[in-house]
Design a protein around this ligand. Structure first.
Ligand SMILES: [Zn+2]
Length: 280
């Protein structure tokens, strides 16, 4: 950058000294062109590039009157000097992951906490109350989880359209159903004697146990539509509580039945979370 700065500084006195220095410019430009050729041929000779820059600086306002081709020539000579003199620092290597970088769905505390609050039933039919419990330490917002569950259960495409039932969320101990979000380890314990293998969810007695790993990451077949998968998870397990057994994909490329074990694969069917949506 020496070249440019010198050119700017000398610009003010350039007009009266122009004639005198014309010969000097010619030498400078010629020397520059020669040096440029040498340096391009031997790009590792860094000090010669610096020298080239100094010659230009001493030539007084060369950028104004020198032929365009001569001025353009040194440009590639100066640039690599900057690169060679810049210290190269290797990128730091992280020895451990930053805290909180990934949501925790795997480290089990084994302790459940009830999400406080109520969500009134929207219907007057047989009321089924449920309580939401979340394993402490799981990286989820309890209120958001409870809201998502209630939205699914009261959706017009959900079980309320199939059964004479309405869902109401409570935090009382006498709830009809406990909907629990737990790490895979606690899910496996709460689901016994069923085998959930750290991967799937279950319903046992009054417990609907949702595997937090699935809640967080869904399954590949849902193509990133985690909200839809969460609705499937809730409706499938609550469907068991309402007395429904498993069903299978009978017609590929049609919506999978909500009571299909979709987490284990869709068998050619399409993702579907709703009991009212069926293959036609
Ligand atoms: Zn099932």
């Amino acid at each position: 950058m020496t070249t440019r700065r010198s050119g700017q500084q000398s610009g003010a006195r350039g007009r009266h000294s122009r004639r005198k220095s014309y010969r000097g410019q010619w030498f400078a430009v010629t020397a520059l062109a020669v040096l440029g050729t040498v340096v391009v041929a031997h790009p590792d000779v860094a000090h010669r590039q610096s020298l080239a820059a100094e010659v230009v600086a001493g030539a007084n306002e060369p950028t104004v009157e020198a032929p365009v081709t001569a001025v353009v020539t040194p440009t590639p000579v100066v640039t690599p000097t900057q690169k060679f003199t810049t210290p190269l620092r290797p990128a730091p290597t992280l020895t451990r992951k930053p805290k909180g970088a990934k949501p925790n769905v795997l480290v089990s505390t084994g302790k459940l906490a009830v999400v406080p609050g109520f969500d009134k039933a929207t219907g007057v039919r047989d009321k089924l109350t449920y309580r939401v419990e979340i394993e402490q330490g799981v990286s989820v917002n309890g209120a958001a989880v409870a809201a998502a569950i209630h939205k699914t259960l009261t959706d017009p495409r959900g079980w309320q359209a199939v059964h004479p039932v309405s869902f109401e969320r409570t935090d009382k101990v006498d709830a009809d159903l406990r909907i629990i979000l737990a790490t895979p380890a606690l899910t496996d314990k709460l689901c016994l004697p069923l085998d959930t293998g750290g991967e799937v969810s279950c319903r046992v007695e009054d417990r609907v146990v949702l595997n937090a790993k699935r809640w967080m990451y869904a399954i590949p077949a849902y193509n990133g539509n985690v909200d839809l998968y969460r609705s499937y998870l809730v409706n499938h397990e609550v469907g068991h509580a309402l007395g429904h057994g498993h069903s299978t994909c009978t017609k590929p490329k049609t919506p999978a039945p909500v009571m299909m074990q979709q987490t284990k694969g869709l068998a050619g069917c399409l993702p579907n979370a709703w009991p009212t949506i069926k293959a036609t």
